[in-house]
Ligand binder design. Structure first.
Ligand code: AMP
Ligand code: GLY
Length: 437
């Protein structure tokens, strides 16, 4: 079977690497891919942008691609699955109408409220004067307020405002100065939730949900979870924060009700469904956001642990007959650390030669998934903010982490940096479970 992966990040490198291992796979293409997928045996890059839907449809037709898997949210929100379906092509991911779960915060908040699925209280606004009046009526704040651009803002559209001045400035920047363009022409202001964050990802065929193993990322750029928010500086699986009991509550209170309520509304959700959750002191989960795709970098450790055939799973989900049978996972821990370019996340430096990748290629149980890289005349150059994610399997968090950091020692490019504390929460829970409960 010919397969196509859409996207060019670390998640897509991991997806391509994983589907390549399927006995069902014949040719595997990645559009547009990166320097890592260019070098991967049995994988070919196609130079078509992930957002050029007509060219992707034409390519899939010409090459008789039987299954396409979409990595990033933008083409999903833009309707890539609808376009493939109209051409009679199988493409795994939600249609545009269901991808609004990530594409519009207001859609999601209204949907959750309509169905009584737990989330923070909110109001939505497109008029600046109304938003400011609402905020002023609540000042001085006893807790921060959370201001979110309605549309896709590459993870930057959420502001936690501590006081009225900051809230006013954020509303003004979004609604009047168009800081996030069209994505910020509407906004949601919501109640600040405290607790511990967790993520939860399931494979969904419209009605049946199969949860993936638990995973957790670190969004802040700097050690100790400080500094600006990023797409994720590292991730690991399993995530001890998601206990068996919490897993059950998330499935019962959030995931199943969401998929079933979408179906009731005529929106069959097929694809990966990723819930970002806040767990309060009583252990109750609430939805912070949904993503309509796998997480990046969560996908890298998850796919390193997945033993079930991803191609068969996606085919079953596309065709609406996913089995409820649990997936098979390597019982070891997988942990990935992102190496980013100087200036990330605001202005990443690009075009630097990456050295030392060959040394890691020799190490069993450690794999470097590329993200912002490009293969050029025998060299691999950096071409984006998150450059690569070194991911390793180990008997426990400490050993997976030791393997990753030992391997990262070999890799160099000008200004490249990474956090040295990825997995610290999981380590704290493993070594002091009674304190972490
Ligand atoms: P989102 O893109 O909606 O997940 O928001 C990005 C990050 O902002 C989350 O990972 C949380 O750390 C934080 N956040 C979002 N909404 C809230 C909220 N209502 N209360 C507290 N923190 C939040
Ligand atoms: N790592 C978070 C995300 O993929 O949205």
């Amino acid at each position: 079977m010919n397969l196509l992966i859409i996207g060019g990040g670390g998640r897509e490198h991991a997806l391509a690497w994983k589907v390549r291992q399927s006995p069902l796979a014949e040719r595997v293409w990645v559009a547009p891919g990166n320097g890592g997928t260019a070098r991967e045996p049995g994988i070919e890059n196609v130079s078509i942008s992930a957002n050029d839907i007509p060219s992707l449809v034409a390519f899939a037709r010409e090459q008789a691609v039987e299954l396409t898997i979409v990595g990033p949210e933008a083409p999903l929100v833009a309707g890539i699955v609808d376009a493939f379906a109209a051409a009679g092509l199988r493409c795994f991911g939600p249609r545009a109408a269901a991808a609004q779960l990530e594409g519009s915060k207001q859609f999601t908040k209204d949907f959750l409220a309509r169905h009584g699925i737990p989330t923070a209280d909110y109001q939505s606004f497109s008029d600046e004067a109304e938003a400011l009046a609402w905020l002023e009526a609540r000042a001085p704040f006893t807790r921060p307020v959370v201001i979110k651009a309605d549309g896709l803002a590459a993870g930057k559209g959420v502001i936690i405002a501590e006081d009225l001045a900051q809230a006013r400035a954020s509303v003004h920047a979004m609604l009047s100065e168009q800081q996030f363009g069209a994505a910020g022409q509407r906004l949601v202001i919501e109640e600040f939730l405290s607790g511990e964050e967790a993520s939860f990802i399931a494979l969904v065929d419209g009605k049946t949900l199969v949860p993936l193993a638990s995973s957790q990322d670190h969004k802040a750029r700097d050690e100790g979870d400080n500094g600006p928010n990023t797409g994720g500086m590292g991730a690991y699986s399993p995530a001890p924060v998601v206990t068996a009991e919490l897993h059950e509550r998330i499935m019962t209170e959030i995931m199943r009700p969401t998929v079933w309520a979408l179906a009731e509304e005529g929106l069959r959700y097929r694809g990966f469904l990723y819930a970002g959750l806040m767990i309060d002191a009583e252990g109750a989960p609430r939805v912070l956001e949904f993503n309509c795709r796998l997480g990046d970098p969560e996908a890298q450790p998850l796919l390193m642990r997945l033993q079930s055939d991803l191609v068969q799973l996606c085919l079953d989900a596309c065709d609406g007959h996913l089995s409820e049978a649990p997936l098979n996972w390597d019982s070891r821990v997988a942990l990935g650390v992102v190496m980013a370019a100087a200036g990330y996340p605001d202005r990443p430096k690009t075009g630097d030669i990456i050295q030392g990748l060959e040394a890691v290629a020799q190490t069993p149980d450690c794999k470097v998934f590329h993200a912002g890289t490009q293969a050029q005349e025998g060299a691999i150059l950096s071409s984006g903010g998150r450059v690569l994610c070194a991911t390793a399997l180990g008997a426990d968090v400490a050993s997976a982490r030791a393997t990753v950091y030992a391997n990262l020692e070999h890799i160099h490019f000008d200004g490249g940096f990474y956090r040295r504390d990825i997995g610290h929460r999981a380590l704290a829970r493993v070594t002091a479970p009674e304190q972490a409960s």
